[in-house]
Design a protein around this ligand. Sequence first.
Ligand code: NAI
Length: 281
Amino acid sequence: MQTVMVIGAGLMGNGIAQTAAMAGYQVILVEQTEELAKKGLASIEQSLGKLIRKGNISEEDKQKVLDRIRLTTDLADGKEADLVVEAIPEKIELKRDLFRQLDLLVQPDSILATNTSSLSITELAAVTKRPDKVIGMHFFCPVPVMPLVEIVRALTTSDETFQKAESYARQFGKQTVVAKDSPAFIFNRVLIPMLNEAAFLVYEGTQPEDVDRTMKLAASHPIGPLELADYIGIDVLLDVIQSMYEGFQDPKYRPCPLLKKMVEAGRLGRKSGTGFYSYGT
Ligand code: NAI
């Protein structure tokens, strides 16, 4: 039985843990505190509950999936993992620190994957002594539902690691595309500037509802850009556009000042109850 260690039990981490456990892997889910780990597990239980109501899985299946997930606050509990998927916040200094620790802890053959949306995989690989075994596995939200993983090769990633990462993604039930290790890869390179531009429209005085209705009715988008921004998290969106701005050194990616103000005010979208819209809690 293979083991996957998932680090961070937030929006993405708990989805990745659920997906791996549903595919039959033993999962070690690591968080900063027990409380946050339990919160992540509660989201997984909720998501599995939805699948039961839809008739996709049974109560027994749900229990089996939950039994495969072990919560911990100690990275060392995952030192035997075959695959590590990191899903902590989008801050390069945090991820660099974590990769340094992982490299020392986890068995030398294991693959260290990051779910980063925009940071350099090559830079993360370079802080380890196994740069050939570091790769990007960029999942989409909600992870159990979205069928794609972007596989991002660092300059140093070996063919073997690339093939193994593709194979893990397929065993998780996902399709893959191969992205270059440049800021924001494929999906976010196209999407994030659109969300930033939608925020600029609001910053200049357009109503969020008008921006979203326009994109839904005129471009057939299933969800408006500002609804999507609230769903992704305004802090995550700001981090990604900021790293595109810095990575490409191009003014076209300048973060909208409204996003900065919203993060300062704690208006982070759905997860905080307010973003471009308000959500009853
Ligand atoms: P989040 O803020 O919901 O979750 C991050 C979690 O990591 C938090 O629960 C935090 O307590 C935990 N954490 C922080 N440091 C830790 C450590 N050292 N050890 C263990 N846990 C730690 O963030 P989210 O949205 O899940 O994003 C995580 C990563 O996934 C980021 O790199 C983001 O760019 C990427 N991503 C986000 C997507 C989204 O739609 N939100 C989509 C695809 C990728």
